[in-house]
Design a protein around this ligand. Structure first.
Ligand SMILES: Cc1cc2nc3c(=O)[nH]c(=O)nc-3n(C[C@H](O)[C@H](O)[C@H](O)COP(=O)(O)O)c2cc1C
Length: 328
């Protein structure tokens, strides 16, 4: 069941993707024992670091104004955890406790932040870094070309600064995804993680508040990464990870057949617990043995666009067929 991902040999193709369970040290043993090939820690959010630092700044200022002599009671500013220290300690602890590779994830906001925090994560022991490019571009004056150029530059900048493998986690909404994917690979990405789920806010009809809404995924969502991994596999040599909607062994297996090196899962682990990984792997082993597959390598990409008799099923021709396949 082993596979190569980001230049690392993983014992299994199921990776626990970033989420609350991978950030909880009490769950690590369970994730590892269930058979995960690697674990992605929750993202280090630059925005959170800035907010924490700002809050402490304000507290110090408020105290000083209220009591002239209070400064002497306040601890030294340096002793506050205004930086990413807690997160870096989590990376160090994960490295100590886990035998499977630990991938750190980063969601930066400033150009310098991406580079600086990527280096910190590497120095804390992360065996690879996932750049979580979660960005909703709402400014109508920013063109797609400009945004994509910035993503590519960002990967170049981080690549120049860190030696560990780099994965880039992308949302699916690009006009020409293949073009961007190749540019990211040339910029130094060792792998792409397809796809990030973008969350949409919802309206509460009682209060008329607009509220964030987080819903766990369903298996139906795995078809989007499956489609794109099937297309990209033929012209990309970097690693590909399928994520979104991996809930059982069949979802994971389809992504591997389309050309993914690993299938990642978060919602299924939140819903069923880390043992779900063992269930997925056992289902996959059974399917493989019934069809006499000896390894993941043997089946990986065998149903990608370049390998199927009718490559058009991955393209537009499929559109007409799909519409006309509907029956009452
Ligand atoms: C509660 C929650 C927290 C998450 N936190 C992160 C995070 O910190 N960084 C990240 O890149 N993705 C994060 N994700 C996204 C997951 O890693 C994953 O990409 C997404 O949920 C799709 O996979 P799934 O269908 O298996 O849930 C989070 C998802 C959930 C549900």
């Amino acid at each position: 069941m082993s596979t190569n991902y980001l230049g690392m040999r993983l014992r299994s193709p199921i990776v626990a993707s970033a989420g609350p369970l991978t950030g909880d040290p009490t769950q690590w043993d369970l994730i590892e024992h269930a058979g995960a090939g690697a674990l992605v820690l929750p993202s280090l959010f630059e925005e959170q670091i800035d907010r924490d630092a700002f809050a402490i700044d304000n507290t110090l200022d408020a105290g000083t104004d209220a009591f002239g002599e209070s400064l002497s009671y306040l601890p030294e500013f340096e002793s506050y955890d205004t930086g990413p220290a807690r997160h870096l300690a989590l990376v160090e602890l994960a490295r100590e406790r886990l035998t499977i590779p630990v991938i750190a994830s980063l969601n930066g906001t400033s150009p310098g932040g991406w580079v600086k925090y990527a280096r910190y994560l590497q120095d804390a022991g992360a065996q690879a870094i996932e750049l979580n490019l979660y960005n909703v571009i709402v400014d109508p004056l920013r063109s797609a070309a400009e945004v994509e150029r910035r993503y590519v530059e960002l990967v170049e900048e981080v690549r120049a600064e860190v030696a560990v493998p780099l994965a880039v986690k992308l949302a699916p909404w690009f006009t020409s995804l293949g073009h961007l994917a190749l540019a990211l690979e040339s910029a130094g990405a060792d792998g792409l993680v397809l796809f990030n789920r973008l969350y949409q806010p919802d309206i509460d009809l009682d209060t008329l508040d607009v509220k964030p809404r987080l819903q766990l995924s369903t298996s139906a969502e795995a078809l989007l990464p499956l489609h794109w991994i099937g297309i990209l596999r033929g012209f990309m040599s970097c690693s590909l990870a399928g994520t979104s909607g991996v809930h059982d062994g069949s979802d994971a297996l389809k992504l591997l057949l389309a050309g993914a090196d690993v299938a990642m899962t978060t919602s299924a682990l939140l819903r069923h617990g880390p043992e779900r990984i063992a269930t997925m792997l056992s289902w996959m082993r059974q399917w493989m043995s019934e069809r006499e597959y000896d390894s993941i390598e043997q089946l990986r990409g065998s149903v990608s666009q370049g390998s199927v008799p009718d490559p058009e099923v991955y393209e537009r021709a499929n559109y007409y067929q799909v519409l006309h396949s509907w029956k009452r």
